[in-house]
Unconditional design. Structure first.
Length: 443
């Protein structure tokens, strides 16, 4: 069932009318409020008129579906599925598929809007979308997970596709999910479906560079921001990274190889600190083998608590794991000279204001972690044209997009005399607003 929520101001639009699962009451420490706070600030700074404000703050469509799945024991399980399509002003929708037992509608709305602003900022001709199925993927067998993805995809065949809504993985290692989605689309459509899904395995026309695209983009933005802010110590940057998975782990590896010191690294099990720089290759190899960072450290390295970890002194703090990692209760204790957001919404609005007052700059997620979106766009282009770019071509074009986005943000920041976060959202919102204005409204 699709709904058009643009005619109302309620942030929890249509929950009773549409039957969508209710979400918790919003406060200042939720992903949606974080996204909306940045949008509201940008709308005020650029003088967005009331009609455009109302248009851009709502999703174009919110789709709720039932996902019946036969389990391995023969029983039938009925799951809730969603697709939020935020704004098509710049082009077709693009966004992830999330399989999560704690999935909330409000988080999908935030993620879809973030994708719109991110695509706009990075010059990628897509609007933002996000969707998923409410089920704990760890409770499913591999065959059950495949049936969930395939049924979700089949139920949305009329709403997704290469010219409508392109699916991306939630995580870089979700290529199997994308392969199942692509195969399901191919069986339900007459035309080629390759460009309807990105983040696919290389054997299915996936692009080079997907696995570490976010980390590579983070590295570039971190270096340019550090230079811009005068944070360039002779011995390299001292970096604390929260998260050791595909984003945080790859970022740690890349920075270590470049000669920077990763002094802090954590995952959900362990947080490690070494003022002399951690042995990143050994830690990542251990995590690959055991599924978590090893806690057997020696020398100046030590295990710290989660509360201690976020307060470690460093040049750059890169929260690459979860939303709301930095909030109003710990922002006063941050000792980083700069924060670069690797996750979506890791700094809450309240924390952002505290950090601004303390003169600690924050490079926001829609710029910093945009490398994945750029390479998704590259894969879509390659599939549409029938070409496969060499790895060095993908890497070179990714660098170009990230550089151009940074330079545009720096120019906007100087023009408006504002924070980096405000500059990124001013630029992103202004571009979407101009596209909507050019398109007009029709019946």
């Amino acid at each position: 069932m699709a709904q058009d929520p643009k005619g109302t101001d309620s942030l929890t639009f249509g929950l009773h009318q549409t039957g969508l699962r209710s979400t918790p009451k919003l406060d200042d420490e939720t992903p949606f409020k974080t996204m909306m706070s940045s949008f509201d600030d940008a709308a005020r700074l650029i003088g967005l008129d009331d009609q455009q404000y109302r248009l851009l703050r709502k999703s174009d469509r919110e789709i709720a579906i039932s996902v019946p799945v036969q389990m391995d024991d023969g029983s039938l399980r009925l799951l809730d599925g969603y697709r939020i399509q935020h704004n098509a002003g710049l082009g077709p929708f693009l966004g992830p598929l999330r399989v999560d037992g704690e999935l909330k509608l409000v988080e999908l709305r935030a993620l879809a809007a973030w994708m719109t602003w991110k695509c706009s900022l990075l010059g990628v001709p897509f609007g933002g979308a996000a969707g998923g199925v409410v089920v704990d993927r760890n409770s499913l067998s591999r065959s059950e997970l495949e049936r969930v993805v395939r049924r979700w995809t089949a139920n949305l065949i009329g709403d997704i596709g290469p010219d409508r809504d392109v699916l991306t993985p939630e995580f870089a290692d979700d290529s199997d999910l994308m392969a199942w989605a692509l195969d399901t689309m191919a069986g339900h459509t007459d035309g080629a479906a390759n460009s309807a899904v990105v983040g696919k395995p290389a054997e299915m026309a996936g692009s080079h560079g997907h696995e570490d695209a976010v980390a590579q983009g983070l590295r570039m933005i971190m270096r340019m921001a550090a230079s811009h802010l005068g944070i360039s110590p002779a011995g390299g940057l001292r970096v604390v990274i929260q998260g050791a998975g595909v984003v945080g782990g790859n970022l740690a590896r890349i920075l270590h190889e470049e000669g920077h010191k990763v002094v802090g690294l954590s995952d959900v099990h362990t947080a490690l600190y070494d003022p002399e720089g951690l042995d990143v290759p050994r830690l990542l190899q251990g995590r690959l083998a055991d599924g978590q960072l090893p806690s057997d450290v020696s020398g100046t390295a030590r295990v710290v608590t989660e509360q201690e970890f976020i307060r470690l002194p460093c040049d750059v703090l890169a929260p690459c794991a979860v939303a709301m990692a930095i909030h109003s209760r710990n922002a006063e204790e941050i000792e980083a000279r700069m924060i670069v957001e690797g996750a979506h919404g890791p700094v809450s609005p309240r924390a952002d204001k505290i950090l601004a007052a303390r003169k600690i700059p924050v490079v926001p997620d829609i710029l910093a972690n945009g490398g994945g979106v750029v390479v998704s766009y590259f894969e879509w282009i390659q599939n549409r044209t029938g070409y496969s770019w060499l790895e060095e071509v993908v890497a070179g074009r990714l660098r170009r997009y990230m550089r151009e986005a940074w330079y545009a943000v720096a120019k906007t920041q100087a023009e408006y005399d504002c924070t980096i976060r405000e500059a990124t959202h001013i630029l992103a919102v202004k571009r979407v607003a101009e596209a909507e204005r050019a398109r007009g409204v029709y019946a």
